[in-house]
Design a binder for this molecule. Structure first.
Ligand code: 6GU
Length: 240
């Protein structure tokens, strides 16, 4: 562990000095990756940026290479038995996860992002939104040395039946889907949405905004009047 960064030197944490707008506890995400800079833009824009500023979520990024040994800080190696690609090595990955999990009172729910994992759906997202801490382990290359999975016994999550070059994009999907369900994250305009439509809390009817006419296509007349009951009926009838 000589190469492990100091527990308090969390230079990668993304927080701001702005004061909290509520006393609700934040959900803490820890993202472990070999390319933590991939998260930069994602964390610094839009709703997630505001959620972090409002202290509804806390996101810490960790570069697992910092737990690698030796001059070259090697984190991956060729597979025993031969074959294409590289495999993530157990020592740095396990050391990184254990050190990060020890960072807070609660170790958190450990989830490895892998195409072999259980498919993420909105029910799982809702469940995750009830956690206090979620630790997301992002793989790269051909995958994890099996002993990483045997040692840490993470849950394994996939975002769909296709192969990404790493778990980072999938981790962003998880953070995005979960954080928008946290109380106080969506602003008034967004949360004013009638969430009774659809099991996923989304709007499932057609939307229109200005201009009133676009390339010869208008807007349903009913939406232009002020009859809210009629509008609600129209939207129910046009659910999809
Ligand atoms: Cl979580 N990781 C990778 N590498 N590919 C995926 C995935 C995850 N989910 C779908 N494809």
């Amino acid at each position: 562990m000589s190469s492990a960064p100091d527990a308090n030197a969390d230079a990668n944490s993304v927080e701001t000095a702005s004061s909290s707008s509520s006393s609700l506890p934040a959900l803490r995400f820890d993202l472990l990756s070999l390319f933590p800079a991939l998260f930069d833009g994602f964390l610094s824009e839009s709703i997630l940026k505001r959620a972090i500023e409002k202290k509804r979520v806390e996101v810490h990024r960790w570069d697992m290479r910092e737990w690698a040994e030796g001059k070259h800080k090697q984190v991956d190696d060729r597979p025993f038995g031969g074959g294409a690609g590289m495999v993530l090595m157990a020592p740095p990955v396990v050391a990184a996860v254990e050190a990060v999990q020890a960072q807070a009172e609660c170790p958190g729910r450990l989830i490895a992002l892998t195409p072999q994992g259980r498919r993420l759906d909105q029910a799982w997202v809702r469940e995750l939104a009830g956690e206090a801490r979620i630790v997301l382990l992002c793989g790269r290359y051909e995958g994890f040395d099996e002993r990483i999975l045997e040692t840490l016994e993470p849950e394994q999550l996939s975002i769909g039946d296709y192969v990404l070059s790493g778990g980072e994009v999938a981790a962003m999907v998880v953070v995005d889907a979960v954080m928008r369900l946290l109380p106080g994250v969506l602003g008034d305009a967004e949360s004013a949405i009638d969430e009774s439509f659809g099991p996923d809390g989304g709007l499932e009817y057609p939307h229109y905004t200005r201009p009133r006419e676009f390339r010869g296509r208008g807007v349903p007349e009913i939406l232009l009047g002020g009859d809210h009951a009629a509008i609600a009926r129209w939207r129910r009838e046009h659910r999809r």
